[in-house]
Ligand binder design. Sequence first.
Ligand code: APR
Ligand code: ZN
Ligand code: ZN
Length: 361
Amino acid sequence: MAQEVRGVIAPGKDEPVRIETIVVPDPGPGEAVVRVQACGVCHTDLHYKQGGINDDFPFLLGHEAAGVVESVGDDVTDVAPGDFVILNWRAVCGTCRACLRGRPWYCFDTHNAEQKMTLTDGTELSPALGIGAFAEKTLVAAGQCTKVDPAVAPEVAGLLGCGVMAGIGAAINTGDVGRGDSVAVIGCGGVGDAAIAGSRLAGAARIIAVDIDDRKLETARSMGATHTVNSRTTDPVEAIRDLTGGNGADVVIEAVGRPETYKQAFYARDLAGTVVLVGVPTPDMKIELPLLDVFGRGGSLKSSWYGDCLPSRDFPMLIDLHLQGRLDLGAFVTETIALDEVEKAFERMHRGDVLRSVVVL
Ligand code: APR
Ligand code: ZN
Ligand code: ZN
């Protein structure tokens, strides 16, 4: 029997979000229904609302979530009703060319639920990133559910579903930050701060935070930055070189997603160093670099998709480290809010007042 729950939808381009009754079908083969306990408010939700992702309105927003599996399709064996899970938006297929080569974190054929959630009049909803978790319950592919230790608070766990995982993974997976490395992180929002926390976790000796906002630099310090640079007043490339014996950082993580900050990252790394782009650019952005510099400086220029994470490997591990007190995921939760406060949370996010507002259900 399909059930009716409350959820937050974006009805049309730039229209305010509103709460509607959502019809959630019973899970079919390969699917699961999850009772959502918490879901963070991410920039991507705002982009959906603004029409910046695509025009498939109405969207069921929310995608950084944790909850309890309520029911699963007949053939589902890896999760069961009662399991506490974090939802991911890259359910690994197991059969594409990346998966078959043993690189499932790159999976080129990630999937979502087959059935559609709808409004009561039958209008099909597009769930944000195939999740749609600003709702009391949501229908996802069973592979989007990753079991973790239920001792963690849901509002903390859910953050690993998107931005915080992207940042930590940019450091520990894509950047392969290791003991003793110097790291610079450009852009210290939720993603950049998570890259800082990930670098600290990995044993980086020097972590340089760069931002144009002093408030952000202060938070960055509490996340593990050893040095801070305000790039509005100081040339960040020179500052990073000065702080690394004149050489540049081993790994520079670009967590803004703009041509000028990418260039800074490119020139602020040491010879043979690594640049990791985790900030997401827009289609109009272009960059020009002397090809000789690309060759001559060596090393690697990488992008990080969702922190190149493998949910089944990374989510339980990071939750365990959090529970051991070695990774303070709670520091990313600025406030918890109710389902009807998402619009307000967008405004706060837009002003840069919060790392994460998390809807608790
Ligand atoms: N130089 C340095 N820092 C900058 C610059 C700049 N030119 N422009 C903006 N910033 C800083 C902002 O002050 C802010 O602290 O970058 C940070 C961006 O943080 P948020 O807006 O909170 O974004 P976040 O959630 O961290 O995501 C960052 O990663 O996943 C992507 O789509 C996401 O592109 C976005 C990026
Ligand atoms: Zn695959
Ligand atoms: Zn997100």
